[in-house]
Design a protein around this ligand. Structure first.
Ligand SMILES: NC(=O)c1ccc[n+]([C@@H]2O[C@H](COP(=O)([O-])OP(=O)(O)OC[C@H]3O[C@@H](n4cnc5c(N)ncnc54)[C@H](O)[C@@H]3O)[C@@H](O)[C@H]2O)c1
Length: 305
């Protein structure tokens, strides 16, 4: 069984001025992790800003006996993110954990969405996570240690009406994780993705009170703490909400091979049930394995017709 321990660890939690990020920061600090509480302090749609939200969380952590500093960097701005990383290293000597949590919403049906709404949501979630990850990446490589979490959403995996921009950005994060895992493996940098469901200002008006009160941020942070501990898993999408925990996996069906001359749309239609059948579905750990599967069958002469 894995243990949940933190040996002299320093974490950056983005968007930690409220909601899930605040809860993650408090939970890590309670386990002795020193925390950079980052938050731009804007509203749900990404407008406005201020440093009070992050400072309040730092005050809570210090009052509880923990160590933390506030930071108001905008995760989309390279120079501000680099200054945040430099400040943490100057103060505590190293960064071991990055929790990419900051996010905004600009929900609208696709026909009504402007490309400016698209760009901003993708910039904060996807590029913002890349910007923060880039700023700690070489430092983690040099130290031979790192734990990084991306925050996705059920919208990114299954879709949600009115969230094409958000869904695309959130799906991008799990793709980002899978390739980053390959590049970080040699340096003990483990990257996981959290898919939360929790009461926050983002979800406050979406559900009735009796449901919202079950959706505690603390239940999600229990999963987050496990994803960044010394004995963390790697490449996992952990779903957490209302005390429920599960894993989303990307798997591929066995499918079929058609011989040259038989590779027609009509034959794809004819064998669509076998192509889609989940029997023998497998999870790959890199993209090349898909090609290998198809080519191995050609070598063995395994064709449908
Ligand atoms: N609450 C849910 O049920 C739910 C579901 C799926 C995914 N999520 C994801 O969880 C994360 C946290 O969301 P939440 O529900 O706690 O909402 P929230 O609005 O309370 O938290 C997001 C925080 O990010 C900060 N932020 C926004 N843009 C920033 C920027 N450019 N730089 C730095 N900070 C910035 C905000 O000020 C805010 O405090 C988000 O990525 C969200 O998409 C939440």
């Amino acid at each position: 069984m894995s243990t949940v321990e933190f040996k002299d660890r320093v974490a950056i939690v983005t968007g930690a001025g409220g909601g899930l990020g605040r809860s993650h920061a408090l939970a890590l600090a309670a386990r002795g992790v020193k925390v950079v509480v980052n938050d731009l302090g804007g509203s749900v749609d990404g407008t406005g800003g201020g440093s009070t939200m992050a400072e309040n969380v730092v005050a809570e952590i210090i009052a509880a006996g923990g160590e933390a500093i506030a930071n108001g960097a905008n995760v989309t701005k390279e120079d501000e993110v680099q200054a945040m990383v430099d400040e943490a290293i100057a103060k505590w000597g190293h960064i071991d954990i990055l929790v990419n949590n900051a996010g905004i919403l600009r929900d609208k049906s696709f026909s009504k969405m402007t490309l400016a709404d698209w760009d901003l949501v993708v910039a904060v979630h996807l590029r913002g996570s890349a910007t923060c990850t880039k700023a700690v990446w070489n430092h983690m490589k040099e130290r031979g240690y790192g734990r990084i979490v991306m925050t996705t959403s059920s919208s990114g995996m299954y879709g949600n009406f009115g969230q094409t921009n958000y869904g695309a950005a959130k799906a991008g994060l799990s793709g980002f994780m899978r390739t980053l895992c390959l590049e970080g493996a040699k340096y003990d940098i483990r990257i996981n993705t959290l898919s939360p469901t929790a009461r926050s200002r983002m979800t406050e008006n979406l559900m009735p009170e009796d449901i919202l009160e079950k959706l505690t941020v603390e239940s999600v942070s229990a999963g987050l703490v496990y994803l960044v501990c010394d004995d963390a898993p790697n490449r996992m999408i952990l779903c957490a909400g209302a005390g429920g925990y599960s894993e989303t996996k990307v798997v591929e069906t066995q499918g079929i091979n058609l011989a040259e001359g038989d590779q027609t749309p009509e034959n794809v239609a004819k064998f669509i049930d076998q192509i889609r059948s989940m029997e023998g579905a497998e999870e790959f750990t890199n993209g090349g394995q898909q090609g290998t599967k198809f080519l191995t069958r050609i070598q063995k002469g395994e064709f449908m017709v």
